[in-house]
Design a protein around this ligand. Structure first.
Ligand code: GDD
Ligand code: MG
Length: 371
């Protein structure tokens, strides 16, 4: 089966991480998120996928190439201007053929049963089937009320609270009959959510919702990015973790050096070549990327530290994200969902709290920031 993946967005809400890496290429438990998504598709026989790129397209091409390493065929199509969710798929329609295809938002972590979704689509004779998931606050998503037969009555993108009549929202995985793309104007910015879906409903086309209680997370914000790590490390969703499980969900990569006086507690993933110094404590749903260094007496809890970052001595990193290659001096504190971009140099005794975000390559003298 063929598929198309929307990966052209700017990932604005995940800045500064997405200033240097497109959102779908950010690592999740040390594997680019998109690789996890593609392998999930392949598991259900979706082995030919078009990547609709726009922002930083070379990053996708360099990592995946033609997809043969994953045992898939990948076609990269880059837009000159953002074409919107539907315009982007119209733009790759020539690669999709005439049979139903899977279309995915590129920022969804899920273990959805795609086989069951496709069977449902065929049973119903649908033009489009939209996977739905329940959420507490539907106003940040596309709201999709159904009739008793599962047919979609309305499509309300980013509704106001007075429009909220159900908790079921568009989960961002569709089965689509490519025929519905014929009416979409080529080369124009066009939205599934605000244009094509409402238009198709008006035309009386059979659009069905497929409510699912599978694991589901939209990886759009730093908070969600941390939650995704926590859930994988806790085993709430089954994603392959690159490391040997030493028991208690302590996953350790190759060539790791942990000082005998350091304490590593699960769930935790320690990437390849990591070094952890004397008296350091690392764990509590933490993920360390390849080559990360944790200085003596430092404490890392509930955090994600990307490849090659170096944390000085006596630092404290809690529920925060540290970008690739960033180097922190002695006694730095990072807490409360703060995000430090890639390749930052921060001297000792700085304090980054309350969700502060520091842009990549910043150079910060010691004792400069208390936030
Ligand atoms: N190629 C391309 N071109 N991709 C795009 C474009 C574009 O112009 N705009 C967005 N995308 C990609 C993004 O990279 C992302 O993977 C996906 O399309 C969805 O865009 P988001 O910006 O993340 O949308 P959202 O999260 O606000 O809302 C969408 O997803 C929700 C579920 O997470 C909508 O589909 C909602 O209806 C839905 O509930
Ligand atoms: Mg999104």
């Amino acid at each position: 089966m063929k598929g198309a993946m929307l990966v052209g967005g700017f990932g604005t809400r995940l800045r500064p991480l997405t200033l240097t890496t497109p959102k779908p290429m950010l690592p999740l438990v040390n594997t680019p998120f998109l690789e996890i998504e593609l392998l999930h598709l392949r598991q259900y026989g979706v082995d030919e996928v078009v990547l609709s790129t726009g922002y930083l397209p070379a990053v996708f091409d360099q990592y995946f190439g033609d997809g043969s390493r994953l045992g898939m065929k990948l076609i990269h199509v880059t837009e000159d201007e953002p074409l919107g969710t539907c315009g982007a798929i119209k733009n790759v329609a020539e690669h999709l053929g005439t049979d139903p295809v899977i279309v995915c938002n590129g920022d969804i972590l899920t273990d959805l049963d795609i086989g069951a979704l496709v069977s449902y689509h065929r049973e119903k004779g649908a033009a489009v089937t939209i996977t739905l998931t329940p959420v507490e606050d539907p106003t940040a998503y596309g709201l999709v009320p159904l009739d008793e037969d599962g047919r979609i009555k309305e499509f309300l993108e980013k509704p106001s609270w007075d429009q909220v009549v159900t908790d079921l929202i568009n989960a961002g995985t569709y089965v689509l009959d490519p025929r519905v793309l014929e009416q979409v104007p080529p080369g124009e910015n066009y939205s599934f959510e605000r244009q094509l879906f409402p238009d198709l409903l008006e035309q009386g086309e059979p659009l069905y919702g497929f409510p699912s209680d599978s694991y589901w997370l939209d990886l759009g914000t730093p908070e969600k990015y941390l939650s995704a790590h926590h859930d994988i490390l806790d085993g709430e969703i089954d994603v392959p973790i690159r490391g040997n499980d030493r028991g208690d969900r302590v996953f350790i990569g190759e060539g790791v050096e942990v000082d005998e006086t350091a304490h590593v507690y699960g769930p935790v993933l320690i990437g390849d070549g990591v070094r952890i110094g004397p008296g350091a404590r690392v764990g509590g749903q933490t993920c360390l990327g390849a080559g990360v260094v944790i200085g003596a007496e430092s404490h890392v809890d509930g955090s994600v530290i990307l490849d090659e970052a170096e944390i000085g001595e006596a630092c404290s990193i809690e529920h925060s994200i540290i970008g690739k290659g960033t180097v922190l001096g002695r006694g730095v504190r990072v807490a409360e969902r703060s995000v430090l971009g890639d390749n930052i140099r921060a001297g000792g005794e700085n304090e980054f709290c309350k969700g502060i975000r520091i842009w990549p390559s910043a150079v910060i003298e010691e004792e400069t920031i208390r936030f």
